[in-house]
Design a protein around this ligand. Structure first.
Ligand SMILES: *[C@@H]1O[C@H](CO)[C@@H](O)[C@H](O)[C@H]1NC(C)=O
Length: 389
């Protein structure tokens, strides 16, 4: 496990390399080390803003979109023109952009990039702390993913990390700060870290059964996929609404993504705007725990995924036979691809639940095992919440 500080130094190092390789003179090794130290020092105070801009400009100038689901993206934002053989950058005025466009500029989506080798988890303590009670679960992620950077992030570190990643989008930080319950912050954090950095988020009480390198079927090219999600619930019974808020519910305890995916951009925009609206209206103090599923949890996650599947900015709807809805995902026992999204069957992220068609832990499609033990929101609490709707 890398510490946060080492990750920062590594980030600073890549920045320096990027900076040096884009300038056309050579620098002796000692100067590189000196630069690296300086940049690391800067990054730990304010320099990360520059790093974000550097990264956005660098990747958007390569042109971001190709492939299904990646269209209508950030390609006009911060694009570059060839003027007399010189590249000039248009740096847009962020203050005049919508929140959604700011996020697209800050973290552009490029489906052709690799899935980043990060595993993000959050808990009250890091594994170095004697109180940490998920050592066994945490170890399975490390064992299944050699070479990945695996971080267990505490509340205090989450706050610092978000301040670095979203310094240019202050409304995100205001919304995170305003969220009245730890469970809401924990939900919001997973979308924010995946939007900015990509990789895998998984709740701390999950075991990795199979490596994420095996999650996408071999027949599907990795450069065509930007998001991998699983099914939490597929309650095929008349009283399903007594138990779940959506007929098909996508889970958000484990998600794999490339940075900047439009679904993440959309959910971050939605939660931010909704939180700030409630804050201005003075409604946050009275927020009840049983609304979590709708506000930041699997219900709103599911709605936003379906919204994306039916959004003509991303999908050519002209030859489709109607809306994509729960009917397209009920009873699935093999992965299904919709544009740049892979939806895994219920067995993959919810094996062993002995209902809704989920198979057992030893099934070849069983990828993670979720305990709901140390989760921020016990399932019982969530279901009570759903029953009261
Ligand atoms: C979804 O299901 C509808 C019928 O309910 C079908 O017309 C459509 O082609 C399906 N789309 C996908 C992407 O599976």
């Amino acid at each position: 496990m890398l510490t946060f500080k080492r990750a920062l130094v590594a980030a600073a190092f890549f920045l320096v390399v990027f900076f040096l390789t884009t300038r056309s003179h050579t620098t002796p090794g000692t100067a590189l080390l000196q630069d690296q130290k300086d940049t690391a020092a800067a990054a730990s105070s304010t320099g990360a803003v520059a790093s974000q801009n550097g990264q956005s400009i660098a990747s958007s100038s390569q042109g971001s979109s190709s492939g299904v689901g990646a269209g209508a993206d950030a390609h006009e934002l911060g694009g570059s023109d060839n003027v007399g053989g010189q590249k000039t950058l248009h740096v847009p005025d962020l203050s005049k952009m919508t929140l959604y466009d700011k996020l697209a500029y800050q973290y552009p989506y490029d489906v052709n990039k690799k899935f980043p080798a990060y595993i993000w988890q959050t808990w009250k303590y890091t594994p170095a702390n004697g109180e940490f009670q998920f050592r066994e679960q945490e170890a399975t992620w490390t064992e299944q993913h050699p070479g990945f950077i695996h971080e267990v992030i505490t509340d205090a570190v989450a706050l610092k990390l978000l301040r670095l990643l979203y310094a240019a989008v202050p409304e995100i930080l205001e919304a995170y700060d305003a969220l009245p319950l730890p469970v809401l912050k924990a939900d919001f954090f997973r979308y924010l870290i995946l939007l900015a950095r990509g990789g895998i988020y998984s709740d701390i009480d999950t075991y990795a059964i199979r490596s994420a390198l095996e999650w996408i079927p071999e027949s599907v090219p990795r450069e065509a996929i930007g998001l991998v999600i699983g099914i939490e619930a597929d309650p095929d019974r008349p009283d399903w609404h007594d138990w779940y808020s959506r007929r098909i519910q996508f889970c958000q305890w484990t998600i794999q993504s490339k940075p900047g995916h439009p679904i993440l951009r959309q959910i971050v925009t939605h939660i931010t705007q909704e939180t700030l609206r409630m804050k201005r209206a003075g409604e946050l103090a009275a927020f009840l725990g049983n609304n979590v599923v709708e506000f930041t949890g699997p219900a709103v996650w599911t709605d936003i995924v379906f919204g994306y599947f039916n959004d003509d900015r991303f999908f050519d709807m002209s030859d489709s036979n109607g809306l994509i809805d729960w009917r397209n995902f009920t009873g699935m026992d093999a992965p299904k691809r919709v544009g740049d999204v892979i939806v895994l069957p219920i067995t993959s992220f919810s094996p062993g639940v002995e209902q809704m068609g989920a198979k057992d832990y030893d099934d070849p499609m069983a990828f993670v095992k979720h305990d709901f033990e140390g989760t921020w929101k016990p399932e019982s609490e969530r279901h009570i919440g759903e029953q009261q709707e």
